[in-house]
Ligand binder design. Structure first.
Ligand code: AMP
Length: 221
């Protein structure tokens, strides 16, 4: 199974990709996580990426495609994968297609998670990440038992720089301009599965799995 999770920032792509990849033994490939890891390690890619990410802009296609090319060479991707947050532009989608063709691989489905801006803004501004284990918490929907501490490991919770309100608004604009056109792109290829992302984590995960072998239309979701 090779899947792409497409949708606006804050809709829950990362949460769902983590859950479903674990349950189905697929590699979870988040370009956002890869870039944050480069930033942490202060690599050349990391330094470049940070200047874009802090402003809510997309990192250049050539940098992201090269990173994806390298990541796909790792053995854990051979039994299938979920791409989360990639592709994000038509150029990335085309480059990805060429890369897959050269590897004799194809995408089975593109899971498109939908939700409106008010919900996304609320989710993203309340989002906190554990500095130790990476678990995501939301101050509104799943507040931590102890203030500023992760329920799972006790690590300190922090707000991502790009989850500040002015950056979130920019990210939503960028999504509309550069990523949303991919909905039509993949729909035309007959790969798109429309799923509402606003229900609970468990409900959304259930719906995604229900549709693994099925391709609903916009009207049925
Ligand atoms: P995410 O963790 O997916 O929300 O991504 C956080 C940020 O990383 C985005 O706002 C972009 O600046 C950058 N980023 C992640 N994935 C991509 C991508 N496929 N193309 C360009 N920039 C990306």
């Amino acid at each position: 199974m090779r899947l792409i999770f497409l949708g606006p920032p804050g809709i829950g792509k990362g949460t769902q990709a983590k859950l479903i990849s674990k349950k189905n033994s697929l590699a979870h490939l988040s370009t956002g996580d890869m870039l944050r890891s480069h930033i942490k390690q202060e690599t050349e890619v990391g330094l470049l990426a940070k200047s874009y990410m802090d402003k809510g802009k997309l990192v250049p296609d050539s940098v992201v495609l090269e990173m994806v090319r390298n990541r796909l060479g790792a053995p854990d991707t051979s039994s299938g994968f979920i791409f989360d947050g990639f592709p994000r532009t038509k150029a990335q989608a085309r480059g990805f297609e060429e890369l897959l063709q050269s590897l004799d691989l194809f995408i089975d489905q593109v899971i498109y998670l939908i939700g409106d801006d008010a919900i996304l803004l609320e989710r993203l501004s309340g989002r906190r990440t554990c500095s130790k284990c990476g678990k995501i918490t939301n101050l509104i929907f799943s507040p931590p038992k102890v203030e500023k501490r992760c329920d799972q490991c006790g690590g300190e919770l922090f707000q991502r720089d790009d989850d500040k309100e002015e950056v979130i608004l920019k990210r939503l604009d960028v999504y509309r301009d550069q990523t949303k056109p991919l909905v039509e792109y993949y729909d035309k290829k007959g790969l798109l599965v429309w799923i509402s992302g606003i229900e609970t984590v468990k409900e959304v995960a259930g719906k995604i799995e229900e549709h693994f072998n099925d391709k609903p239309t916009k009207e049925s979701c």
